[in-house]
Write a protein that binds this ligand. Structure first.
Ligand code: ATP
Ligand code: MG
Length: 333
């Protein structure tokens, strides 16, 4: 029996987590889902966006499914806190073109690994007399080593040829200087994988002009956040982009989109980003067989273009897409 914590959160977060559970329950796996609360709804009912109880529950399971939350002004982000609490230090976002989705290129296939626990999202901001606002940006050797090692390992396991370190060490000499230096030190342990580094601004341009040059990108928190949304836009947008927050003991799996209040409750949220995140979760749990099947089935459903939600130009409901993928999973040999 594998226990999984589910944090549906707000808006379409709840709808896509339900989709993920429906899909997982259709597989021949022994899973148990334990629901926990977080987000705006939770704040309105119990005065906190992330109850201690939720952190406790998540710490007891290896994997957590996270939907999306609507942010509450003045409150720290629950997902950022959760990533820190579970030491899910590497945020992984696969970026791959889908056949059947109109996008800038049809031959993109790379992975972004983003440091997830510090950097610009260290969450220590101060204000001096309302005139000066300061955000602390913390880069440590230890956290850099962890995420960079993770990226090289990921490259090795997935037969990737190159890891690109993205930074701005020409301006952020100390912080990104440390990140870059750590990158090249660790690269020595992986002689078969090429190591190179780019400035973040140049990377933003190359992602648009020649994204095929990338294989695995490793970068600090804020840069990774921005570049991975840019990259998601290259291959079909928010509704298709999965992510995993991986650590040594725990993983949190979430679509990269938010709670989308504009379409919440209409039953038209695209569940694919969540479903692809479930594939990443099963891989993390050692269930590679179903992880691969989910990916192939989802690609097939997208290619056929019969069961797609309005954001992808279709007129299917969320549940139609889930059912189409389940059907496809059982038809793949
Ligand atoms: P939040 O503040 O929670 O991030 P948001 O309004 O910024 O909410 P996002 O989820 O970040 O919403 O996405 C922006 C827009 O993209 C949404 O308004 C929605 O129309 C669309 N969108 C995002 N995810 C999906 C999805 N899974 N299915 C369909 N449309 C989506
Ligand atoms: Mg948003």
């Amino acid at each position: 029996m594998i226990k999984i914590t589910t944090i549906p959160g707000d808006g379409i977060g709840q709808e896509v987590v339900e989709s993920g559970i429906t899909l997982l329950e259709s597989l021949d796996l022994n899973l148990e889902f334990i629901e926990a609360k977080a987000g705006k709804d939770c704040f309105e009912k119990c005065g906190t966006t992330l109850p201690e109880e939720t952190i406790k529950k998540a710490k007891k399971t290896k994997a957590t499914m996270f939907g999306a939350i609507t942010s509450v002004p003045e409150k720290k982000s629950p997902i950022i806190t959760l990533r820190k609490e579970l030491n899910a230090y590497a945020n992984v976002r696969p970026i791959k073109s889908f056949e059947g989705i109109k996008s800038l290129y049809n031959d993109i296939d790379f992975i972004i690994v983003r440091e997830n626990t510090e950097g610009m999202y260290f969450q220590n901001e101060t204000c001096e007399k309302n005139d000066i606002a300061i955000a602390e940006r913390v880069i440590t050797k230890k956290a850099s080593e962890k995420v960079i090692n993770f990226a090289f390992n990921k490259a090795k396991i997935n037969n990737r040829k190159k890891v690109t370190c993205v930074h701005k060490a020409n301006v952020l000499k100390k912080t990104d200087g440390l990140f870059k230096e750590t990158f090249y030190k660790i690269s020595n342990n992986y002689p078969k994988i090429d190591a190179e580094d780019f400035y973040v601004d140049a990377t933003a341009m190359y992602l648009v002009m020649k994204p095929q040059i990338f294989d695995v990108i490793v970068t600090t928190n804020l840069f990774g956040d921005i570049l991975s949304d840019e990259a998601a836009g290259l291959v079909g947008g928010l509704g298709l982009a999965p992510s995993g927050n991986l650590g040594d003991k725990h993983g949190i799996f979430e679509p990269i989109h938010g709670s989308a209040p504009d379409i919440a409750g209409k039953k038209i949220a695209n569940p694919i980003a969540m479903i692809l995140s479930m594939s990443m979760m099963l891989e993390f749990l050692g269930e590679k067989y179903y992880s691969d099947k989910i990916n192939i089935a989802t690609e097939n459903v997208i290619k056929k273009r019969k069961s797609l939600t309005p954001d992808l130009g279709g007129n299917a409901k969320t549940i139609d897409v889930v059912n189409a993928i389940i059907k496809e999973i059982h038809e793949i040999k």
